[in-house]
Design a protein around this ligand. Structure first.
Ligand code: CUA
Length: 198
């Protein structure tokens, strides 16, 4: 009866090899800590924050540059006319990328426009900004949810499949009127001529 060949004993790391691994991983941790420190320091010094939208170059955007806007001068931007961008006849106006734009302003414990209307079946980009403090923007029953900061534009492109009525609410505490920040959000039946996608 032959014995199974004895397998070689597992290679054991000696004391010094283990120390080398430990030193290497300590080095990795040190580099990561240093990068984190430099990143935080740089963002504090330059006053930059992560952008929700690093610049959508839409024709309607005007003085919205790389997701930034002057909250004191919204009159010079498309936010001066909150709501869906429409043509002279009041029909939804496609931008050069073939989608719709809607502008929404949060401030003074309200959202403008008073009723947010978008058509179903067409991609629409919701551009949302704030005039005063940080707010939230959530459309109930959807995954549309963003933090809205003065000076910043959150741009969310979505296609609403089903007509209906929901609410847009502020879900970030912004002051005494926070609980009043609730607005009708209406998805209209597909606009005439627009393709319906199901
Ligand atoms: Cu606006 Cu809470």
């Amino acid at each position: 009866m032959s014995r199974a060949p004895e397998s070689a004993p597992p290679a054991r790391l000696d004391h010094h090899a283990l120390e080398r691994y430990e030193t290497a991983w300590l080095g990795v941790a040190a580099v990561m800590t240093a990068l984190l420190f430099v990143g935080v320091l740089a963002s504090v010094v330059s006053g930059t924050y992560p952008l929700l939208d690093a610049g959508s170059g839409h024709a309607h955007d005007g003085p919205i540059v790389r997701g930034r806007v002057d909250p004191k001068n919204l009159a010079a931007t498309p936010f001066a006319k909150p709501g869906l961008v429409v043509d002279a006849a009041g029909q939804p106006l496609l931008n050069d990328q073939g989608t719709l734009d809607a502008y929404i302003v949060a401030g003074n414990f309200t959202f403008q426009p008073a009723v947010l209307r978008v058509p179903a079946g067409v991609p629409v980009t919701l551009h949302v900004t704030a005039t005063d403090v940080a707010h939230g923007f959530e459309v109930t029953g959807t995954n549309i949810n963003a933090e809205i900061l003065p000076g910043h534009v959150a741009s969310l492109t979505v296609t609403f499949r089903h007509p209906g009525e929901q609410h847009a609410i502020c879900n970030e505490y912004c002051g005494v009127g926070h609980h009043n920040m609730i607005t009708r959000f209406v998805v209209d039946p597909p606009a005439t001529g627009a393709k319906e996608t199901q």
